[in-house]
Design a protein around this ligand. Structure first.
Ligand code: OAD
Length: 252
């Protein structure tokens, strides 16, 4: 992969790196994105039927089954070379501090060894009570096949339904995670924007925030996005191909 001298220099000089990641980061692990033609989840499913508080109110069992099915799929896949490259870079003796700020609800960054991982849109692995917010930690059986409806369990504390621990359209981001993400971006000298269409706010504002705060911004994405114009460097390749090359250039 041909990286410009300026990008090589920025990679080697970086001391605080943040990877802002979206669904494309996990695509090569076999987790579908949301908006890619043919394969994106929102090409096959209607977001309003599944990822909104109204959908949950309408049919909890339908929404619950869909999230369990997605989590089941994630259990069966592994981090790809892109996830692994970020974690390996952080372990390099002369490497920078590397944080991940992700919109993804999978746990592939953690399983690759990255730390910290800030989840702006929650996590498939975390469930909580819809009414009292009590975390639900009982084991949950994940379906092997897509199942139309599964009744969610009840909260032991108040009896209300347990819900997926993800952010739906129209909901606020978890405030602690958002504040942490912004702090990390503002302190970064290099920000890698990987596999996000840059459509969903407020996460989509992070690349511009990074640039305004003085970081070098690098986009890794095979396609042009809403945030491409913000990047100082653009790499039109996939996460699993580009990130190992970037890390190799950073740690000669
Ligand atoms: P999208 O599906 O909107 O965008 C995926 C991006 O990944 C696109 O820009 C693709 O070009 C790119 N891409 C595809 N394959 C790639 C690969 N192998 N390597 C690198 N990039 C690749 O996903 P997000 O931007 O993450 O929110 O979507 C943002 C939010 O919208 C999600 O967190 C979710 C969704 O609705 C909620 O559910 C609240």
């Amino acid at each position: 992969m041909n990286l410009t001298p300026a990008l090589g220099q920025a990679l080697r000089a970086a001391r605080r790196v943040v990877a802002v990641t979206g669904a494309g980061m996990s695509a090569e692990s076999g987790v579908p994105t949301f908006r890619d033609a043919q394969t994106g989840l929102w090409e096959q499913y209607v977001a309003e039927d599944l990822a909104t508080p109204e959908a949950w109110e309408r049919d909890r069992a339908f929404v619950w089954a869909w999230y369990l099915w997605r989590f089941g799929r994630v259990r069966h896949v592994a981090p790809n070379d892109g996830h692994r490259a970020l974690a390996e870079w952080a372990r390099h003796p002369a490497g920078p501090e590397i944080s991940v700020v992700t919109q993804n609800v999978d746990d592939l960054h953690e399983r690759a060894g990255s730390d910290p991982v800030v989840h702006l849109h929650g996590s498939l692995a975390g469930y909580r009570c819809e009414a009292c917010d009590e975390p639900y930690t009982e084991p949950i059986e994940l379906p092997e096949q897509e199942v139309a409806r599964i009744d969610p369990p009840r909260c032991a504390a108040c009896g209300a339904s347990v819900r997926p621990g993800v952010v739906w359209f129209g909901e606020m981001l978890p405030m602690d995670e958002w504040v942490r993400g912004v702090e990390l971006i503002e302190a970064a000298d290099l920000v890698l924007v990987v596999g996000t269409s840059g459509i969903v706010h407020p996460a989509a504002g992070l690349p511009a925030l990074a640039r305004a705060a003085g970081a070098v911004v690098v986009e890794v994405n095979p396609g042009t996005t809403e945030v491409s114009d913000v990047a100082h460097h653009v790499i039109r390749s996939t996460a699993a191909l580009a990130l190992p090359a970037l890390v190799a250039a950073a740690t000669p």
